[in-house]
Design a protein around this ligand. Structure first.
Ligand code: MLT
Length: 407
């Protein structure tokens, strides 16, 4: 009998952004002339930086000549990119991460989803609530949870993130867990964690032989001095953390696809007999077996982000999105809404004082504006919507005008 993986049947609904896409498609079918403004999924809208485009053009030319052609690349990623990332993202910030601890991939989503393959099925997992759905759903698919009851999966520890804790949970809530997913600047709330808060997590993880899976996909949006860009800014984090980095939001690579994951040497999990097992060789084995690397073109494009021109150009694009966020946050605050996020993040987390899917539908139907309902990110997201700052200035100003018209 061809048995299906029953764990998939535990997953309650379609992937959040697929459900939103269906609702938007239905609305569009019913109102074909409506000019819909999409502030839902965090997908960039501004073109790639000229330095990146030029590097990718050169890479295409390399592929056009026998002497410079590249087939399969090194499995961990090209040294030119790993070395550039190790220098700019870590060494220049005084962080000790070597190029051979960096694994280039086609984006942080895949790595965040795949990393759980390294752990036993009995590990106790903690996630924030609200949460980026990938952390949860991939563990459900792997069979690490029970059924979904009242919007939460049995067997998962949910760390409630709300206004009372500034959307940053305390490690006390994760007591007894082996793996915790943290994402700061946070998706979806846009909140940031301080150095002290992250240090508390690192100390807890080292003291409990737990592992932190740190998603730093939005670090390039940080503007407030002192807010950590990497978990490795914390003392002892090399011994307890894996970090995911993405060029998607950093440099508009959502369509190009490139990111990387840091697995430090010496980071361990434990065998059944309690002996330590290094995770870096396991991740190497996993990636070399199931993944053939990001394309040469993407990696050459990513390398160009680290040139002086690339840095200035990508920073300008992020500043542009941050200004979009500032304009929307100001307008919503003037309408009486409490808004978290923006400033150091592309996301605004708006307290709508009501049902989040209803508010989502209202904005869609009355203002032709697409957002993301907070409930889609977990039970603690109910009562909020997430607004993404990724759009043109024209569309952002138009969305503000429409929201002012109906709210
Ligand atoms: C989001 O909107 O949460 C992100 O774009 C999703 C992702 O990065 O996969």
């Amino acid at each position: 009998m061809l048995h299906v993986n029953e764990n998939y049947s535990k997953i309650q609904a379609s992937y959040l952004f697929t459900e939103i896409a269906h609702r938007v498609a239905d609305h569009h079918a019913a109102h074909p002339d409506a000019k819909i403004i999409r502030l839902g999924i965090g997908d960039v809208t501004e073109p790639l930086a000229p330095a990146v485009v030029a590097a990718m053009h050169r890479a295409v030319d390399d592929e056009a000549a026998r002497e410079t052609f590249h087939g399969y690349g090194p499995e961990q990623g090209y040294a030119f990119l790993r070395e550039a990332a190790a220098k700019a993202d870590f060494a220049d910030r005084g962080i000790d991460i070597a190029a051979d601890e960096i694994f280039v991939s086609d984006g942080a989503k895949c790595d965040c989803g795949n990393i759980q393959e390294l752990f036993g099925n009995d590990v106790r997992i903690a996630v924030g609530d609200p949460v980026y759905p990938v952390y949860v759903d991939t563990n459900v698919m792997a069979g690490r949870t029970g059924a979904n009851a009242g919007g939460r999966y049995e067997g998962l520890r949910y760390l409630t993130c709300d206004a009372s804790n500034g959307f940053v949970p305390s490690p006390k809530a994760a007591e007894g867990c082996d793996v915790v997913y943290l994402c700061y600047p946070n998706n979806p709330t846009g909140a940031v964690a301080t150095k002290e808060q992250l240090q508390e997590w690192v100390d807890w993880a080292n003291g409990s032989k737990a592992l932190i899976l740190f998603d730093a996909a939005y670090e390039a949006f940080i503007r407030t001095p002192g807010v950590p860009h990497s978990i490795y800014e914390c003392e002892g984090a090399r011994k307890c953390a894996i970090e995911f980095r993405s060029y998607s939001k950093t440099a508009g690579f959502t369509g190009v696809r490139c990111g990387y994951t840091v697995v430090p040497r010496g980071l361990v999990a434990y065998a059944a007999d309690g002996s330590p097992v290094e995770l870096r060789p396991l991740w190497t084995r996993r990636q070399t077996t199931k993944f053939n690397g990001a394309s040469y073109l993407s990696q050459r494009g990513a390398e160009a982000i680290y040139t002086p021109e690339g840095r200035a150009q990508t920073k300008a694009a992020i500043d542009f999105y941050l200004e979009n966020g500032r304009l929307m946050k100001e307008a919503l605050a003037a309408l009486g809404y409490t808004v978290t996020g923006g400033g150091d993040s592309p996301y605004l987390w708006v307290d709508v004082k009501g049902d989040s899917w209803e508010f989502f539908d209202r904005l869609l139907k009355e203002a032709n504006v697409v957002t993301t309902p907070g409930a889609g990110f977990g039970r603690a997201g109910e009562g909020y919507i997430r607004i993404s700052s990724f759009n043109s200035r024209e569309n952002v100003l138009e969305a503000v005008k429409r929201m002012k018209g109906i709210l």
